[in-house]
Design a protein around this ligand. Structure first.
Ligand SMILES: Cc1cc2nc3c(=O)[nH]c(=O)nc-3n(C[C@H](O)[C@H](O)[C@H](O)COP(=O)(O)O)c2cc1C
Length: 334
């Protein structure tokens, strides 16, 4: 039997909850030690290592980097999987904030930097699970930063400003990750009855301590259009897969005289930029298509244009025509 180690760090407890949840789905009959980073002296006896942590500023917290650096050469010889908890799990997001060019972020994309930094470690699978945060109990520095973030976060991003507490855990994502460990590392069948372990999720804590009527987890709408001064933003979903979505977008670009440029491709999403061939930055459209684990059979797509409203009418029309093509032939899902 393969021997596994799940190494984790957790600031406020979510990554710890998730670690034991994964351990249960992988199977209590399996050898899988669950240890915090600072309990680990060696990874040498293990066949595989699952490395879990939490997010800070669009990356795993530095404790995760330090753990990988500490055991790097051994890890490079083993099967490895990464997971983290985070506040934002929407993998169609493009972040455009001062200090960095627009880029994909959120969910598993928080590992882009890690994977680039440690190329000899090739994770078998990635997991990104919503974390849980009780704002009134944050350390004071964290509380200040979260307050500031809430004030500055653009409207096409998370909407938790004012919430005393948020929780964005999607149970299907933990279950799919743990089943990836079973199938891809242990050659076991996926566990069918994964829901029996949702006891790790179904706590009695409400999603907002100030308002007991707020549900524990309320899903943000999957379909939304926002015409704001800063950004024209539209997000929707349709029946299909990433390769169908790519070919439909290529057709749209060709028919509308747009140049479609691939920016980043992962196994779960693809980021394109589209613009009229004239070359001016005005009207640049950011497009992300993503496979969403809890919504199988559908592709999610987001369009963003940051050009000022008076100069982006053509881009808005182009986005609407792209959506018409993606949604045609009964593919639209409301
Ligand atoms: C200072 C600070 C920065 C954060 N930055 C991000 C971020 O960039 N993206 C994100 O999704 N979540 C972010 N979070 C939320 C964390 O992901 C969340 O606290 C974490 O998932 C909780 O895990 P834990 O309960 O295991 O400590 C941030 C939280 C704090 C306090």
């Amino acid at each position: 039997m393969k021997k596994g180690l799940l190494a984790y760090e957790s600031q406020y407890g979510s990554a710890a909850d998730v670690s034991y949840w994964i351990r249960s789905i992988v199977g209590l009959d399996q050898h899988l030690d669950v240890k915090k980073y600072n309990q680990i002296l060696t990874v040498e006896p293990y066949d595989y290592v699952i490395i879990g942590g939490y997010t800070r500023w669009e990356k795993p917290h530095k404790s995760t980097y330090q753990f990988i650096e500490r055991f790097h050469d051994e890890l490079a010889k083993k099967e490895v999987a990464y997971f983290l908890t985070c506040g934002e799990v929407d993998e169609t997001i493009v972040i455009n904030m001062p200090g960095a060019p627009p880029h994909i972020s959120s969910g598993r994309s928080y590992f882009l930097d890690t994977v680039e930094k440690f190329p000899s470690i090739k994770p078998v699978t990635l997991g990104a699970f919503g974390g849980r945060q009780v704002n009134r109990y944050l350390k004071s520095k964290d509380a200040r930063l979260i307050w500031l973030l809430g004030k500055t976060m653009p409207p096409d991003k998370v909407g938790w400003t004012g919430l005393d507490m948020w929780e964005s855990l999607v149970p299907e994502r933990v279950e799919a990750f743990a089943n990836d460990i079973r199938t891809k590392i242990l050659s076991l069948r996926p566990l069918d009855d994964v829901k029996q372990y949702r006891v790790f999720w179904e706590s009695l804590q409400p999603g907002n301590l100030l308002d007991p009527s707020v549900k524990k987890f309320s899903v943000r709408p999957w379909t939304i259009t926002q015409n704001e001064k800063r950004c024209y933003f539209s997000r929707s979903r349709f029946k299909g897969n990433l390769s169908l979505a790519t070919s439909l977008l290529e057709r749209w670009a060709q028919e509308n005289g747009l140049e479609l440029k691939l920016e980043k491709k992962t196994y779960y999403n693809t980021y394109f930029r589209a613009q009229k061939s004239e070359g001016s930055k005005a009207g640049l459209i950011h497009i992300v298509i993503a496979d969403v684990i809890e919504d199988p059979g559908n592709v999610h797509v987001s369009f963003r244009c940051y050009t000022k409203p008076s100069a982006r009418k053509a881009a808005e029309d182009d986005i609407q025509s792209a959506e018409k093509i993606l949604w045609a032939d009964g593919r639209k899902v409301d």
